[in-house]
Design a protein around this ligand. Structure first.
Ligand code: MTE
Ligand code: MO
Length: 522
């Protein structure tokens, strides 16, 4: 086998394996799209409309497979080229691989942004390419030393007349890299198929008692630019430690309630949703949210009250905690009290009128108004163990976060945006404020360190959600800083003491700098 053919083959096998590995990582991380698909769709979008419609006219339904075919052939040629280049001009080969990676990166970023789940598949793919070719270089380099081609000594070669061992080494490497690729590809396929099946189940799922709800009029402050009061599912922040989002078939899901109880309960999904479904607006936030941060969202949730389920199980005296476990092994420990009092803690099965999105815990997750997510809002929940705090440790409490973490009274400015330029005179400042289960009574703003003056708040129907607020302030031309603080219904005034999120939530006043300019008198 000639060196040219060996290296071209090495390039093709390496290239395909890198793509397969990246597909597998994309499936594992539930990326919105694999890099390969993102590039293909990028090509479609970049194709001028008339050309595209002409292509579809002429080629009909063959247009799509043809496009895929063209991309695959183009990739194979590039892979072969990059393989051939490796022993000759390694830097040029590296440039080809990096260029391919960069193309994927741009396609993905334009479409889905640069979250870890979108970027990591590309990083893995490029790494596989470079490492595999280096392995080939070692194997083929060793062989070429043994069987240097007579014709051109500057060209490393594996002469067909070379020692059979050398050739076997090369073929073994092709087989090993190819096997890695095949396994990755098959894994990606299986993951995708499982996920597709679960998504199908979810799409067809109808849960009696689940309703849709839009933002109530009284919850709107009516200032443009303020965060929508109801957070759409796609815009809801997502936090989980699981690398792969669990894809759970509701037919296989079980919830076990046990531990310090009189009666153990085990429920299938059908048994759960056959119970009394109740619904409410609840704002959920993450303890890691910085002052002014966006790890908070508000939705219309539907589910079964944990109070009812736990009462039925009958907690034994001495129990003060519920250790919740997710299908992915993540745990949190929640005060038993918070899951059995009247605040409306639930096993949620729907979010904004739809079955939970997979990323938010499908088919069931818990939700406890007034507590940060890490101590209460177990996604893909499968197990509730009634226990004692002194007997258990949960995922984050074992890592230095507080055992008890009620949400802190907080407020945020959404408009003006930091650095905004606004017309001098009357400026409307607006945002959101929250102290779940207690509720917000008042929001105050202070401009340039001046006196706190009250703004107005919209009034949602429950204290378990954030409120939108607004305040009109007067400013002259120049740079300004506006601050906000909230007062809750219990009379607590939001503290200006600045604390980091660790161990039990950030505190401090959110402030925004902006510039006021005099409008041109026309
Ligand atoms: N299984 C599981 N559930 C989890 C977590 C997790 O890492 N794994 N993170 C928690 C944290 S820290 C928060 S803030 C909320 C976030 O819920 P969301 O992703 O639906 O917004 O989920 C909680 N439930
Ligand atoms: Mo969190």
């Amino acid at each position: 086998m000639t060196s040219t053919r060996s290296w071209a083959l090495a390039g093709v096998v390496t290239g395909a394996t890198g793509v397969a590995a990246s597909q597998m990582v994309a499936s594992l991380l539930s990326a919105r799209e694999s890099p390969l698909v993102a590039v293909a769709e990028g090509v479609v979008r970049a194709t001028p409309g008339p050309l595209a419609s002409q292509a579809i006219d002429v080629l009909g339904s063959a247009a799509k497979p043809l496009l895929v075919g063209v991309i695959v052939v183009a990739l194979l040629v590039l892979f072969a080229l990059a393989g051939w280049l490796w022993p000759r001009r390694t830097w040029a080969s590296v440039l080809v691989w990096l260029g391919l990676g960069a193309t994927g990166m741009v396609a993905v970023a334009l479409r889905n942004g640069t979250a870890a789940a979108e970027v990591l598949p590309i990083v893995v793919g490029v790494t596989v390419w470079l490492v595999a070719l280096q392995v080939f270089a070692v194997v083929l380099g060793r062989d070429s030393a043994v069987a240097a081609g007579p014709s051109d000594p500057s060209e490393p070669s594996v002469a067909s007349a070379g020692p059979a061992a050398g050739r076997r080494g090369f073929l073994a490497t092709v087989a090993a890299v190819g096997l890695l690729g095949a396994c990755s590809g098959v894994t990606a396929q299986l993951l995708e198929r499982r996920k597709a099946a679960v998504l199908d189940r979810r799409r067809l799922l109808r849960i009696p008692g689940v309703t849709q709800r839009t933002t109530p009029a009284r919850a709107r402050i009516g200032v443009p630019g303020v965060t929508p009061w109801r957070t759409a599912n796609d815009d809801f922040y997502r936090i989980h430690t699981a690398l792969a989002v669990p894809a759970i078939d509701p037919a296989e899901w079980r919830l076990r309630i046990h531990g310090m109880v009189e009666r153990e309960i085990e429920l299938s999904f059908d048994q759960l949703i056959a119970r009394n479904i109740q619904e409410s607006w609840v704002t959920l936030n993450c303890v890691s949210n910085e002052v002014g941060g966006s790890l908070i969202g508000n939705a219309w949730w539907s589910g079964v009250m944990t109070r009812d389920l736990l009462r039925e199980a009958g907690p034994l005296p001495g129990a003060d905690a519920v250790l919740q476990t997710s299908d992915d092994g993540w745990t949190c420990s929640t005060p038993l009290e918070a899951m059995t009092d009247d605040r409306g803690a639930m096993i949620a099965v729907a979010m904004n009128g739809e079955p939970l999105p997979l990323e938010h815990g499908f088919p069931a997750r818990t939700l406890v108004p007034g507590l940060y997510g890490y101590t209460s809002a177990c996604k893909w929940v499968v197990d509730l163990e009634v226990t004692r705090f002194s007997d258990v440790e949960a995922y984050w409490t074992a890592r230095g976060w507080a055992e008890q973490a009620p949400v802190r009274l907080a407020s945020r400015i959404d408009v003006p945006r930091p650095g905004a330029e606004v017309a001098s005179g009357r400026v409307t400042v607006a945002g959101v404020a929250w102290h779940q289960t207690i509720g917000i009574a008042e929001v105050q703003v202070s401009v340039d360190g001046g006196a706190w003056t009250p703004g107005r708040i919209a009034s949602p129907s429950t204290d378990s959600t954030w409120v939108q607020w607004a305040a009109d302030v007067k400013v002259d031309a120049g740079d300004h800083v506006v601050r906000v603080r909230a007062v809750d219904r219990a009379g607590e005034v939001q503290t200006g003491v600045e604390r980091d999120p660790l161990p039990n939530g950030a505190s401090g006043w959110h402030e925004v700098s902006f510039t006021a300019v005099d409008e041109d008198p026309i």
